[in-house]
Design a protein around this ligand. Structure first.
Ligand code: M6R
Length: 613
C-alpha cells in the first residue's frame, strides 16, 4: 500500500516523479504529493484524490528543481485528506519524508516528541519519522544518515522511506524494513521506487534493498549502509523487465491487457518447465526426490486471489501426490497454533511477494523448521528472499489491482508442482505424467478461444449487471473458481457476490434465490464425476426461479434446458479446467464493471499490494 519514488540526477525531478507515481498508482490512489529541492528551497505539493489532481496543480504552477521524492497514498492512519497526504515534514521543512508501511509505536513516539516540543499536523503514523530524525539532529547526530539510523532504531513496524534534508540539497536518503524498496541506476542518475516497473523506462540496473539498509543517493552515485552505519557492498542486477511490460499497449485498461496476456504467459511458463519428453522440470525448486518421498504434509498459505489458487493447489496436490495438504489464509494462520514440523513443506503463494500476512506466516513456518517454497511473481520481493526455493510465475508486472494473469499462472505453477511431486513420490506413472502434460499444454489455446468469445460474455454481463447480488457455485476443482469469480465481481463491479461450494447451497444460501438473483454455475466437464451433482444443484436453483448463467463445455446439450444464459468454454481436462473457466469469470466481472461505470484498474478502497496487517 502506498507507492514511493525519488530522483537524484541532472534532470528536473517533477516530471520523473510524476511518471513514477503514475506507474505506482495501483498501490494507492487516495492522495499524492511530491517534495523537490528548488532554487527557493524545498517545496511540497500535495493533492487529495487521483494523481491527475496533482498533475493539474503542477501544470498550473510548475515546480522546477532536483532532487525530489514523491508518494501516492492508500490511507491507513488518518482519513484521505490534504493534511494526511505525504510528504510529511518536521520543523520548517528541515526533514521531509515519504513513507510506505506502518509505524506501530507511533502513538508512544508522538507523546515523547510532543513533550520535547514537537507539533504534529496530521493523524498519520508517518509524521513521527521526520520529527524523530529532526530530534536526533538537534541532539547532535553527526550527519543526516546518523540521525536516520538513530531515529529508525526507535521506530517499530514496517517502512520504506524516502527522505530529503533542507541542509543537504544534493541527496535523497532511503531506508527499508519490511516494505519494498529498490534503488534504480540509470546513466548518471539514481532513483528509488517501491517497485521496478515504476522506473523501468529510466534505469538499466537495480539494487534490491534489504531490510535494515539505508541508501544514500547523491550525484556521485549510491552508498548503502546498515543500521549500525557499516557500509555494504550492494548486489547490482540488470533490469530484466521490458519497458513495454508496464504500458497499456493499446488496451483500455491494464486489467484487459493482463486478461489477454494469459495465453502467452502460460505458454512460456510451460515452455520453461517441460522438456521434450513431456517431463516437468523445476530445477529451481531444488528439493530432492528423497525429500519428497519423506515428506508428510504440505501447508499452503496465502491471501485473497492467491488463497483461491492455494485451494486449487490443495485439491490437485492431494489428487496427484497422496500427501496431506492443508491451506489457510495468512491472516488466520499466523494467529493459530499450527501443527507443522520439519516434515511439512510450507508453500507461500503471492503475486507481489510483499503481502504482510503471508510473510508473517512464512516466518512462523521457518521458526518451526519447515522448508519454505514460494510461488511468486516478483523477483527480489521479500517472500522470494526469505524462501528456501521459489517457483516464479513469470507473468510479468501485474498492474490492474484485480489479479488475473498472476492467478492463472499460480494455477499452472500448482499443476507443474503437483505433477513433479506426484512423480517423485511414485504416485503417478510416466504415462500419466505425459497425459497430464498434454492436457496442460492445451490450456493456453483454450484460453485464447475464450478471449475470442468475449462479445458473448459481454452481452451476458450487460443483461445481469444491475442486480444487487450474484451467487457463484462450483464443485471440486472449480469450487475455488466460484470463489475467485465472485471476488473478481465484487472487487471491480461492486456488485455483492458470494462464491459457494455448490453442495453447500442447500445449507443456507438457497434462501437467497428468487427470480432476480443471477446464479453463475460452473458445470464444465461432462465426464467429471461431479457434473451430475452440479446439474442437480442447478435444478434446485431453477425450481426456485433463480436466473442461471451456466459455464458449460462446448457441445453440452443438458444445461440449455434450464440455464437462462450459457458461457461455453472449450473442452479441457477436468483437473485443469479452472485455469480456463476463470477467464470466463474474469471477463464477466470486467464487463459488469464496465456497465456499472467503475474504475476497473483502481477499484475503490483497494490497493494492489497489502503490506500491512
Ligand atoms: O500479492 P498477493 O498475491 O500476496 O496479494 C494477495 C491479495 O491481496 C490479492 O490477491 C487481492 O485479493 C487481489 N486484489 C485480488 O484480485
Amino acid at each position: 500500500m502506498c507507492g514511493i519514488v525519488g530522483y537524484v540526477g541532472k534532470r528536473d525531478a517533477t516530471p520523473l516523479l510524476l511518471d513514477g507515481l503514475k506507474r505506482l498508482e495501483y498501490r494507492g490512489y487516495d492522495s499524492g504529493g511530491i517534495a523537490v529541492h528548488t532554487p527557493d528551497g524545498i517545496q511540497i505539493r500535495k493533492c487529495m484524490g487521483r494523481l491527475t489532481e496533482l498533475e493539474k496543480d503542477l501544470t498550473a504552477n510548475a515546480l522546477i528543481g532536483r532532487p525530489g521524492i514523491g508518494h501516492t497514498r492508500w490511507a491507513t492512519h488518518g482519513e484521505p485528506s490534504q493534511r494526511n497526504s505525504h510528504p510529511h515534514q518536521a520543523g520548517a521543512g528541515e526533514v521531509i519524508v515519504v513513507h510506505n508501511g506502518i509505524i506501530e509505536n507511533y502513538q508512544e513516539l508522538k507523546e515523547q516528541l510532543r513533550s520535547a516540543g514537537h507539533e504534529f499536523l496530521s493523524d498519520t503514523d508517518t509524521e513521527v519519522i521526520p520529527h524523530l530524525i529532526q530530534q536526533e539532529l538537534a541532539d547532535g547526530a553527526a550527519s543526516p544518515d546518523a540521525a536516520i539510523r538513530q531515529a529508525l532504531k526507535k521506530a517499530r513496524g514496517a517502512y520504506a522511506l524516502g527522505i530529503l534534508f533542507k541542509d543537504d540539497p544534493d541527496k535523497v536518503y532511503a531506508a527499508r524494513l519490511g516494505s519494498p524498496l529498490i534503488v534504480g541506476l540509470g546513466e548518471d542518475e539514481t532513483f528509488i521506487a517501491s517497485d521496478v516497473p515504476a522506473i523501468v523506462n529510466q534505469i538499466q540496473n537495480v539494487i534490491y534493498l534489504n531490510d535494515g539498509e539505508i541508501a544514500i543517493l547523491s550525484p556521485e552515485g549510491v552508498a548503502i549502509q546498515n543500521l549500525a552505519g557499516e557500509s555494504i557492498e550492494p548486489e547490482i542486477k540488470p533490469v530484466d523487465i521490458a519497458p513495454e511490460a508496464a504500458e497499456m499497449a493499446g488496451f483500455e485498461t491494464f486489467m484487459m491487457k493482463e486478461i489477454h496476456e494469459q495465453p502467452r504467459v502460460l505458454r512460456s511458463l510451460l515452455e520453461k518447465h517441460v522438456d521434450r519428453e513431456d517431463t516437468v522440470i523445476v530445477p529451481e525448486i531444488g528439493f530432492s526426490t528423497d525429500y519428497f518421498q519423506q515428506l508428510r504434509r504440505i501447508m499452503i498459505v496465502s491471501c485473497g486471489t492467491a488463497y483461491h489458487a492455494a485451494m486449487y493447489g490443495k485439491f490437485l496436490l492431494e489428487h496427484l501426490t497422496g500427501l496431506a495438504v492443508e491451506t489457510d489464509l495468512g491472516s488466520e494462520f499466523r494467529y493459530r497454533s499450527p501443527r507443522i514440523e520439519s516434515d511439512t513443506l510450507f508453500v507461500a503463494v503471492s503475486q507481489s511477494g510483499e503481502t504482510a500476512d503471508t510473510l508473517a506466516s512464512l516466518r512462523l513456518a521457518r521458526e518451526k523448521d519447515c522448508k519454505v517454497l514460494s510461488i511468486c511473481n516478483v523477483p527480489g520481493s521479500s517472500l522470494v528472499r526469505e524462501s528456501d526455493s521459489v517457483l516464479f510465475t513469470e507473468a510479468g508486472p501485474e498492474i490492474g489491482v484485480a489479479s488475473t494473469k498472476a492467478y492463472t499462472a499460480q494455477l499452472m505453477a500448482f499443476g507443474l508442482l503437483a505433477i513433479h511431486i506426484g512423480r517423485a513420490r511414485g504416485e503417478i506413472s510416466e504415462e500419466t505424467e505425459q497425459q497430464l502434460m498434454k492436457a496442460l499444454r492445451a490450456v493456453p489455446n483454450a484460453i485464447h478461444y475464450m478471449l475470442e468469445r468475449a462479445d458473448d460474455i459481454q452481452a451476458i454481463a450487460d443483461k445481469h449487471h444491475d442486480g444487487p447480488s450474484a451467487l457463484y457455485l462450483g464443485r471440486r476443482f472449480n469450487y475455488p473458481t466460484a470463489l475467485e469469480g465472485a471476488l473478481k465481481n465484487k472487487e471491480i463491479s461492486y456488485q455483492h457476490a458470494e462464491g459457494y461450494a455448490a453442495g453447500e447451497m442447500k445449507h443456507g444460501p438457497i434462501a437467497l434465490i428468487n427470480e432476480y438473483l443471477p446464479v453463475i454455475c460452473i458445470c464444465t466437464q461432462t465426464e467429471d464425476e461431479v457434473y451430475e451433482k452440479m446439474i442437480s444443484n442447478m435444478k434446485e436453483v431453477e425450481a426456485r426461479h433463480g436466473r442461471i448463467i451456466a459455464v458449460a463445455t462446448d457441445g453440452d446439450k443438458v444445461v440449455a434446458d434450464f440455464a437462462e444464459d450459457i458461457i461455453y468454454v472449450p473442452p479441457i481436462h477436468e483437473e485443469f479446467s479452472p485455469i480456463v473457466n476463470v477467464v470466463a469469470l474474469q471477463l464477466l466481472a470486467y464487463y459488469a464493471a464496465q456497465a456499472r461505470g467503475t474504475d476497473i484498474d483502481k477499484p475503490r478502497n483497494l490497493a494492489k499490494s497489502v503490506t500491512v496487517e
